[in-house]
Write a protein that binds this ligand. Structure first.
Ligand code: TRH
Length: 398
């Protein structure tokens, strides 16, 4: 029997995501990941507006930095360069997301106000484990003069927040990769690792330039067993070059005692997960690699993005306190790595205590991951919220 009911509230079909690259790769890294997931898993027609195609190209080599419009992995990519007076109602997406409160073009907002129904407008905020975000997640913010409401959307670590970005197939892909030593070795070989390096303790290094890298390199140098430190090109360049005694170009490597440092080519984002999955310990930073390290199921140390007045220390501690996967030794090393407090530091002791806890940290990581899965994934949560806003606004209109 055919239903006579008319679907007056069809799900949103198109989405515009506006990304201003403030610095580094996290802004575009998060937006690109989310754009692909929205398209591939939810069939949404996504337009990703990005102002810096060069940074985008570093994580996605297919990007043509001269193209105004291009299509990659099913996502329409538009070079955002303050286009004025060009937006018509027909071009406005069902969902409009501004990433990190970037100001979307005024003309676009004007056109949004003329749409019927109005698009759902979200400001996607940065990730923090601080409790205050629970009170702000999904809060509405009416436009001062136009009939539009923007809502805040916060990623986070519990079900009072939007959850974390995670693709549906990620867990099965990771498990398949990690249980296939031949695939893992082939991947590492492709990055230039020798057989000896593949069998050493593998540590990936991604941090900001101020990290005390030299202190840890010294500790690894006097390890009892071989250690390989893998640093993508452009990461901790000064410390890496001092150790290498040469330019930190992809392929450069040198061994001193137990430690080999190898510079990797900067890896396309789609493969960066594999590096995290293939290493025994990962040093990550910012937001996106920090989340990916949690999905890798491997012990990690987070270098948090620095903020004025050491605000980032508050954020770091908020995470270390809620993350049930974190041991005391991991907290101590994280504090030292991020310059929290000013105690005299014995890096050998810090590292050895962390190393002794690695099996326990790996066990706890699995539990933490399952706990995070219970919150759903951020993209799915965001679409559920969007549809609830659409349903509510339709009810108001009746
Ligand atoms: O690059 P990040 O430091 O980015 C950010 C920005 O600084 C941003 O302004 C700030 O708001 C945020 O941190 C907190 O670190 P992040 O977030 O880990 O992003 C790095 C991206 O680069 C991530 O998507 C993984 C990707 N990547 C690769 O694709 N290949 C690589 O070889 C490496 C090392 C990273």
């Amino acid at each position: 029997m055919q239903s006579t009911e008319i679907n007056t509230n069809p799900a949103a079909k198109s989405l515009a995501l506006f990304c201003k690259v403030v610095d580094n790769f996290g802004d575009i890294g998060i937006c690109w990941r989310m754009a692909r997931q929205l398209q591939q898993e939810h069939g949404i027609a996504v337009t990703l507006w990005v102002d810096d195609l060069r940074s985008f190209q570093r994580i996605c080599p297919q990007v043509n930095t001269d193209a105004e419009v291009q299509q990659i992995a099913g996502v329409a990519i538009r070079h955002w360069r303050d286009q004025q007076g060009t937006f018509t109602v027909a071009e406005i997406a069902d969902i409009v997301i501004e990433f990190f409160a970037c100001d979307i073009p005024p003309d676009y907002i004007q056109a949004m106000a003329q749409c019927e129904p109005r698009p759902v407008w979200l400001n996607l905020e940065g990730l923090t484990a601080e409790e205050w975000i629970e009170g702000c997640h999904t809060l509405p913010s009416p436009h001062p003069s136009l009939p539009l409401t923007k809502h805040f959307f916060f990623p986070g670590f519990n079900n009072k927040t939007g959850g974390l970005l995670r693709e549906a197939s990620l867990d099965s892909e990771r498990t398949a990769f990690q249980s296939d030593p031949a695939a893992m070795a082939a991947f590492l070989r492709q990055l230039g690792l020798t057989e000896a390096e593949i069998h050493a303790t593998r540590i990936s290094l991604f941090c900001y330039p101020h990290a005390p890298v030299t202190d840890l390199l010294k500790v690894w140098q006097s390890a009892d067993t071989p250690v390989i430190c893998l640093a993508p090109e452009g990461v901790a360049t000064e410390a890496i070059e001092t150790f290498l005694g040469q330019a930190a170009k992809a392929g450069a490597n040198i061994s001193h005692d137990a430690l080999t440092v190898r510079v990797l080519p900067f890896i396309p984002q789609a493969d960066y997960d594999k590096l995290l999955w293939a290493c025994d310990i990962n040093f990550v930073r910012g937001e996106d690699s920090f989340v990916r390290a949690q999905w890798a199921n491997k012990p990690f140390i987070w270098h948090i993005y620095p903020q004025d007045k050491n605000l980032h220390h508050v954020k770091l501690n908020a995470f270390l306190e809620i993350a049930t996967s974190v041991t005391a030794s991991q907290t101590a090393l994280s504090h030292a790595w991020n310059g929290v407090g000013n105690p005299p530091l014995d890096w050998t002791d810090l590292w050895q205590a962390f190393q002794a806890d690695l099996p326990e940290i790996a066990r706890l990581s699995g539990i933490w991951q399952r706990k995070m899965h219970e919150n759903g994934d951020m993209t799915g949560n965001l679409l559920k919220f969007v549809n609830s806003v659409r349903a509510a606004s339709q009810k108001d209109a009746v």
